[in-house]
Design a protein around this ligand. Structure first.
Ligand code: HEM
Length: 217
């Protein structure tokens, strides 16, 4: 047994048990419903617009949601500096693990580098706010995710998925608290906007991780 399979068996002892076949073999792809699902799986893996189409349909992300995101632009624009200052100058540089990527060789926070990164994040947020859900946009989201693993250039850069999720989740709730504060007198608008952003966040998080290999999850 290899070290990896031994570790795996420790994690999933039920896998060590002998498997009994239920007897009858079914050629899954002969069943139309399963074949359809398989085709969706293939198409959504190969074609980023099909992926968007499927995710949008499943999450019920419609033009109404796009309108709601546009409605939220004003609030985000008015608070953009505060949002980015908080994320970069408070959250990221103070978190024991996240801050590792913002330090120089001696372990000190590299302030200038934090500014550069903040500017890139701002650009990314503004691109999302253009609300153009086309192939160029989704490939951009996919590319931003891909630069966090050693696919394009930076060989020693690898951000585990859990850190991306931790940060996306943090930004998500931070934005929602901001919306709740700004829209406390307009609960309908608040619901529209938070619903739309929730859907969009989940679609983006999927696209962002396309280039992640399972072992980097
Ligand atoms: C909410 C999730 C995240 C988003 C939206 C995001 C966004 C971005 C963007 C837009 C870039 C710049 C791409 C470019 O234009 O060159 C970038 C690069 C980078 N990100 Fe993230 N990121 C996220 C999570 C993380 C996390 C959790 C870390 C680690 C703490 C991280 C570390 C980096 C690093 C080291 C770079 C490379 C910057 C360089 O070129 O030196 N990112 N990210």
């Amino acid at each position: 047994m290899s070290i990896m399979s031994e570790a795996y068996m420790n994690m999933f002892p039920m896998e060590a048990k002998k498997k009994e076949s239920s007897g009858k073999h079914t050629a899954v792809l002969d069943i139309p419903e399963f074949k359809k699902a398989w085709n969706i799986y293939r198409e959504t893996s190969l074609d980023i617009m099909k992926r968007h189409e499927y995710m949008a349909q499943c999450l019920d992300f419609t033009d109404k949601d796009t309108e709601a995101i546009k409605e939220s632009k004003e609030i985000i624009a008015a608070n953009l500096k505060t949002i980015l200052d908080h994320i970069y100058y408070e959250k990221l540089i103070n978190d024991p693990w996240l801050s590792r990527w913002f330090r120089d060789e001696t372990g000190k926070i590299a302030k200038k580098y934090v500014d550069v990164r903040r500017a890139k994040q701002q650009k990314f947020l503004l691109k999302i706010l253009e609300c153009k859900w086309d192939e160029e946009f989704w490939n951009h989201v996919r590319w931003v995710g891909a630069v966090h693993v050693p696919i394009f250039g930076l060989e020693d850069l690898y951000i585990p998925v859990r850190l991306n999720i931790a940060l996306w989740g943090y930004i998500h709730q931070y934005l929602f608290n901001l919306f709740a504060e700004e829209l406390k007198n307009d609960p309908d608008k608040l619901r529209r906007i938070t619903t739309a952003w929730t859907k969009l966040f989940w679609i983006i998080i999927d696209m962002y991780h396309i280039e992640y290999f399972p072992s980097w999850m």
